[in-house]
Design a protein around this ligand. Sequence first.
Ligand code: HEM
Ligand code: SF4
Ligand code: SF4
Length: 531
Amino acid sequence: MVIAGVRSALRRGFELIERPFERLFGPAINPLAQLGALGFFFFWIVTVSGIYLFIFFDTGIERAFDSVETITNEYWFHAGVMRSLHRYASDLMVVMVATHLLREFAYDRYRGARWFSWFTGMPIIMLLYASGITGYWLVWDKLAHYVALMSSELLDWLPIFGEPIARNFIATGTLTSRFFTLMVFLHVAVPLFLLFMMWVHILRMSRPKVNPPRLLAGLSLAALVAVSFWNPALSQGHVDLARAPVEIGLDWFYLPVFPLIDLWGKGAVWGFLGAFFVMLGMMPWLPPLRRARPAVVDLAHCNGCKRCAEDCPFEAIRMVRRTDDRPFPAEPLVNNALCVSCGICVGSCPASTPFRRTEDLKTGIDLPDFSLRDLREQTIAAAQQLPAGPRVLVLACAHGGAAGRQAGTVVLPCVAMAPPSLIDFVLSRDLADGVVVAGCAESSCYHRLGADWMKQRFAGTRDPYLRARVPRERIAMVWTSALEGKRAAAEIEAFAARIKSLPPRQPRLPRSSGTSAPRREQPLSDVESRA
Ligand code: HEM
Ligand code: SF4
Ligand code: SF4
């Protein structure tokens, strides 16, 4: 209950920023919907600037500080700027990770089969901090001394090292120098592990967004360069091992834990860190665990076309060698552990056509808890409830603003579960005068790719596409978040008013499936073109 309360408060917070921003600038450049991609972008900036700095950096303990001073003062216009870019892009990575973590939590995208991305985020946090903290050692200034002392004191508390490593910093000597070299090595090696974990992190996602839109990338880079000139990264005076470091300017992004060591003590800080990661690690499994049954393949209705595997946003379907005697080379195999039961594969299967006359409507891949047959029956039932006047049927995403509507609404796990032929079915059978596909907020599609696939199917650029004969003026797409019920209702009302002004039409009763017409692009209603 407490977690649900925090989640919904956080979600409101995100929505308060995101929705007005998207209305002003469009969903494509919403930075909060691009946090993972921005994380990759900042990582590349840190890598390129780090390689550049290494050309001028002296890795020996005696010359390290002076070489950084040369970079900052003599070569300020190139290497100095690179130093600032290196520091500020690293800080932005922390901001990105924290906001990305909170947003995935707020939008409830971390539970069930999605635990993997959440769980692999934890080593990412650890490696990011290890990279940043070792980076502060390399400057070998007063801050480096403080960081070195505090981190080794913290490590000394653990019964891992035979001899206390903090002693190395009390006086100069060979051990200190060797330790410094180790830190230089770690500062290069740890980010490599970080990159590896970032790759693992997105392994279970189909088409992960790892590059931000150009405009957003350009603006971020320009802002970083401007800040680098305005407030260049500086050192804090040569280290003096004989004196305890005092009056240090801290980097609060990477070093917020260090002041806590003095305040709470080392044991309490370890306790806090341990509790933080245990809590984080348990989050995907905390009750209530809602998990619908995974998609099931029916080979009797599958021709091995691969569309389901291509459209699945979670890499849950793999094409394998055919196991029955039908003359197709491959069949889909669902990995139950990865399937989130979004139903997108049902919407992409060419066999998913509600026009079929069979009593028991079957398709190549289906959801046991909400089958294509249930979808067709619920659509017919919802259409029968529609009041007179323009009859507008709403196919609503369970995570969007229209999910709470009562009459004439069918709620789906994702709007992309609806095959385009379902809309053809509704209009050509005169079950309704218009159909609204009401998804969740366009940039924050709960099932990642549902909004994109639906738009492409309607535009005729992705199979299965909406047949050209379907009157576009009688279809609308509305993209609203769960907290925008009123906006969804207003857009649906506006669409109903437009339908009212259309001339009456002649319903057709098709005999063929809805997936075989030639491709043709037609604009949808105003709502779609605005979205
Ligand atoms: C350097 C740090 C990180 C980077 C670069 C990164 C990057 C990404 C990317 C590119 C995606 C795919 C987004 C999409 O296309 O839908 C993603 C998804 C995700 N990330 Fe991260 N991430 C980072 C850290 C974290 C952390 C620390 C956590 C949480 C502990 C986390 C949790 C998640 C979750 C739960 C998803 C899955 C969302 C879904 O299933 O729709 N990430 N991340
Ligand atoms: S329901 Fe289908 S598309 Fe969705 S995760 Fe499962 S296999 Fe993939
Ligand atoms: S989309 Fe349907 S027909 Fe094509 S491989 Fe998947 S289950 Fe088989």
